[in-house]
Design a protein around this ligand. Sequence first.
Ligand code: FES
Length: 180
Amino acid sequence: METKGKLDPCITRRAFLLGSGAAVASTIFLTSIPGFKGEAIAARVRRYPRKKIGRLSRLKVDEPVLFRYPDNGTGTESILVKLGVPAGGGIGPDGDVVAFNTLCPHMGGPLSAVYKREEKALGPCPFHQSLFDLTRHGMVISGHATESLPQVLLELDGDNIYAVGMIGLIYGRFDNLTRR
Ligand code: FES
């Protein structure tokens, strides 16, 4: 794991390398976490095939759109959402468009239908009540989970939004492309 500067322990849990023969490893710097006062943090990520998942002009604040990534298999259900406030990893003119896998990293509880617009959070998980902050890279707010929600890396090309990689491991998978 590559790191730089003083680390927040909540953030370092998320900064790990994911393995996959089909993916390419790279490093990104988590510099855009609202309220974070420390130095930039390097996170190892895996990049997967670029996939168009939506259009910026079609998104409305607090109205999540469902998609699958990095493949179409079980466990890849994800949401794309315009939060209306700046977010870590957010794209677009306001830096507020983010995407996350919706399987709870604790024991796989389904989170796709529990977006909380007031908190900009996903949860509580119907299994054990975990809640995840979508403005801070899916960090755990409360509950049993100890890992952040896997975040889908996004790129904007004109009006088109593309998924290009993942930070974090999808629950039930060895490497985001292979199921256990
Ligand atoms: S499965 Fe979500 S908190 Fe346990």
